[in-house]
Design a protein around this ligand. Structure first.
Ligand code: ATP
Length: 609
């Protein structure tokens, strides 16, 4: 198993700082398309230490260290002679990106087997992507490239195809079927698809494939010592999500010659600087840490060809927008049209779409399912629970769940609360009542956060109490139940929270505790449940009718989410009419009314009208 975060810090060489040993032996840079040689072509290195496990490709000698929870690989020999990369390197085709003579790439697939085994007995559903087959898809924009049905139809490159097979991805999910050809054609993209439907691969595959294909005619990075020049930047709102995207991207990029590095706050910057100095093609980062690296002149964005924003609506809302504008518009990043920009989320309120247009050029809008809807793989329940009764109600749920669990095991349960203090206190209360719980929120140190997540994932503490820091993007297999102990104020936050279960074609359960304090959410919640084919309790429908009297559903906390789809098709925006964008196409006949819009007072427009 990987060593711990603190272990890696302890073991890390001190004093030298980033790159202190790297100059003398920094290797030369080689374009990624030349890096992906068959293993047999790589001469074995005399200096390799064969400490690590034997890998499928015959490569050995890796030392896995867990930097901030990620299984970052620090090749043993690299501590003696640093493998270089793009940072200050010289263009030369003799070497490779993962300079195979010196620096070996660890097998990112090796830990999957262990973690899966622990849950095998509990997992009865398996991956069932057929569940997504009937999902309606809308695309709009000029000349939208057609979707594909299989990975074989897309020329992603042999090494990447092999990794897709290693990931056991048999066929692309709907968002992948559409988004990958669009991205491969070079178009900018704003993509909205349900939680757990495979958006990470949808933006990673084209980026990795594009970098693999790049040839020597591509512009060379300037020679600036100790400065990294990534070709792709993937930004995400939370540290844990960046770590996860990095882990995923490393699997997809294994043995492609494309090097992926992560940088996020709360973890020692020196270790991240050292990784960057070894060379970086794809940088996965949180905005704050990236700004720090840019200010220290350790990263330049001038070579960026791909910019991806995961959870793009969150990245462009009030909290992050200034930082994103700074990174994208005020540093040295190529402008829209020169770089390719990919925006992904499960929710895309109209006003955020409008903001996002500043970052895009002639983009395709893709919606898989209704914008901001949740998948009907998640069974949603809402229960009326007074504030004072919430704890005992939760206890009842957990007892029942334990009784029904396999071998009396507690199923993984994620409990969302509103405040950090509330998270600490509920965790404590659960523990003293015999329920192994941990918590994750912004007041915990990064080490504590990562430890909590690992402990939850492994089933050691099968209850995780969380604030919204865990609401978006986290792909934790086997989460059976999400409890909204405190409901959020915004329906989009609810969509992301419940999306931590019912992922990758599996089913899940989401229970919400509702009371008078949540009245403003009644209508959007009832609407969302109805459109996801969930049973709406009569009392909630009454709340919804009361709270929305005189308003249409767009007035809810979602900030216009239900106005969804491509905001360019809104008459107020689209002065030139539909032709400006070349029209739109809709699949699966989803423009039928399907009962949506009835039931809670004044008729409302479907997102697809
Ligand atoms: N084609 C595929 N076949 C099988 N599994 C897949 C495929 N694509 C993705 N997955 C798996 O589905 C799960 C969910 O994917 P991912 O985390 O990318 O979802 P997402 O759409 O980004 O969700 P969220 O909106 O919550 O961020 C992951 O475990 C991923 O490995």
């Amino acid at each position: 198993m990987p060593t711990s975060w603190s272990d890696s810090i302890e073991k890390a060489p001190t004093g030298g700082g980033a790159g202190a040993t790297s100059h003398a032996s920094r290797s030369t840079y080689v374009p990624p398309h030349l890096r992906n040689r068959p293993p047999s072509a790589d001469p074995p290195s005399a200096s390799v230490s064969h400490a690590g496990p034997a890998l499928g490709n015959g490569l050995q000698g890796y030392v896995g260290s867990n930097v901030g929870g990620l299984q970052s690989v620090v090749p043993k020999q690299d501590r003696i002679a640093s493998g270089g990369g793009r940072g200050g390197g010289v263009w030369n085709s003799r070497s490779v990106g993962w300079d195979r003579g010196r620096e070996k790439e660890a097998n990112p697939f090796q830990y999957d087997v262990d973690s899966e085994a622990a849950f095998e007995a509990q997992d009865s559903t398996g991956i069932n992507f057929d569940a997504y087959e009937d999902i309606p898809v809308e695309t709009s924009g000029r000349n939208v490239p057609p979707p594909v049905n299989t990975f074989a139809e897309i020329d992603l490159g042999e090494a990447l195809n092999l990794n897709i097979r290693r990931c056991k991805y048999v066929k692309p999910t709907p968002v992948q079927r559409h988004a990958i050809p669009i991205s491969l054609s070079g178009r900018d993209l704003m993509a909205c698809a349900q939680t757990g439907s495979g958006k990470t691969a949808a933006f990673c595959f084209p980026i990795i494939s594009g970098i693999m294909r790049s040839n020597q005619s591509a512009p060379r990075p300037p020679r600036v010592p100790r400065m990294a020049f990534p070709l792709a930047l993937i930004l995400s709102p939370t540290r844990e999500l960046s770590i996860q995207i990095h882990e995923e991207a490393r699997k997809f990029a294994y043995q492609t010659g494309v090097r992926v590095v992560v940088a996020y706050g709360g973890a020692p910057i020196n270790l991240q600087l050292r990784e960057l100095e070894r060379g970086v093609d794809i940088l996965v980062a949180t905005p704050g840490r990236l700004v720090d690296l840019l200010e220290r002149a350790r990263v330049s964005l001038q070579m960026i060809r791909y910019l991806a924003l995961d959870e793009a609506d969150r990245m462009l809302d009030m909290g992050f927008e200034p930082q994103i504008r700074r990174i994208v518009q005020q540093m040295d990043m190529p402008s829209p049209g020169v770089r390719q920009t990919l925006l992904f989320s499960a929710t895309f309120p109209k006003e955020i779409q409008s903001l996002a247009a500043d970052f895009l050029s002639d983009y395709v809008f893709l919606a898989v399912g209704r914008v901001g809807s949740s998948t009907d793989l998640i069974v949603q329940r809402v229960e009326y629970v007074l504030e004072t009764d919430k704890r005992s109600h939760l206890m009842d749920l957990l007892h029942a769940q334990r009784a029904n669990g396999v071998q009396a095991k507690q199923a993984l349960t994620l409990v969302f609360v509103e405040t950090k203090k509330g998270a600490d206190s509920l965790e404590h209360w659960l523990c003293i009542n015999g329920f192994p719980a941990t918590s994750i929120h912004g007041d915990r140190t990064q080490q504590e956060r990562e430890y909590a997540l690992r402990s939850f994932k492994s089933g050691k503490t099968p209850i995780l109490v969380a604030t919204d820091v865990a609401a978006r993007g986290l792909d934790i297999p086997h989460v059976a139940h999400v409890v909204n102990f405190d409901l959020p104020n915004d329906i989009d936050d609810y969509v992301h929270r419940i999306g931590r279960t019912g992922r990758a074609g599996k089913t899940g359960l989401a229970t919400a505790f509702f009371n008078e304090n949540n009245s403003s959410l009644a209508r959007p919640l009832a609407d969302l449940m109805q459109e996801s084919n969930q049973e709406v309790p009569a009392w909630l429908a009454r709340f919804a009718a009361r709270s929305s009297f005189g308003k249409n559903r767009r007035g809810g906390g979602s900030g216009g989410r239900f106005g969804g789809r491509d905001f360019r098709r809104d008459s107020s925006f689209n002065r030139g009419g539909m032709d400006m964008y070349g029209g739109c196409s809709m699949n699966n006949g989803y423009n039928t009314s399907s009962g949506y819009g009835g039931g809670y007072g004044p008729p409302v427009a479907s997102a697809w009208d």
